[in-house]
Design a protein. Structure first.
Length: 133
């Protein structure tokens, strides 16, 4: 008789609606915290909320990299993602509503990263343009 099996605890399983954090999620969280705490970090202009509404609950966010450099956008909130954008490109993403930490790095070391904490409201559209002035 195996006495230990009586007291074995079943492995914890993740809720089907809450994904387990991955190694890359942890790396993104650490990177965004470093960007937010760095003394040379610039304040990122918050995304502009448009008048148009979405048909579903998600937020639609149009990103535009107007610089001649690659851009990396980091999102940490209800959705965690690293987005790579080529120079002078645009894209639209759908994300869950909520509070996000956003960091943006351009592919040029002389330009410091930017950071903001933003609340995206359910069923709305937003736009952000990254440019060097």
């Amino acid at each position: 008789y195996d006495y230990l099996s009586e007291f074995a605890v079943a492995p914890r399983t993740a809720s089907p609606n809450v994904p387990e954090p991955s190694e890359s999620d942890d790396n993104i969280r650490k990177e965004i915290e470093q960007i937010g705490a760095a003394p040379g970090t610039l304040r990122l202009q918050p995304p502009e909320k448009l008048d148009a509404a979405n048909s579903g609950p998600d937020v639609s966010w149009k990103l535009s990299n107007e610089t001649p450099y690659a851009a990396t956008v980091l999102l940490v909130g209800p959705y965690i993602k690293r987005i790579s954008m080529a120079p002078r490109t645009k894209m639209t993403i759908a994300i869950p509503a909520g509070v996000y930490k956003i960091g943006v790095r351009l592919g040029v070391p002389e330009f410091p990263p930017s950071f903001a904490v933003v609340t995206f409201i359910e069923s709305h559209q937003y736009t952000s343009e990254f440019a060097i002035e």
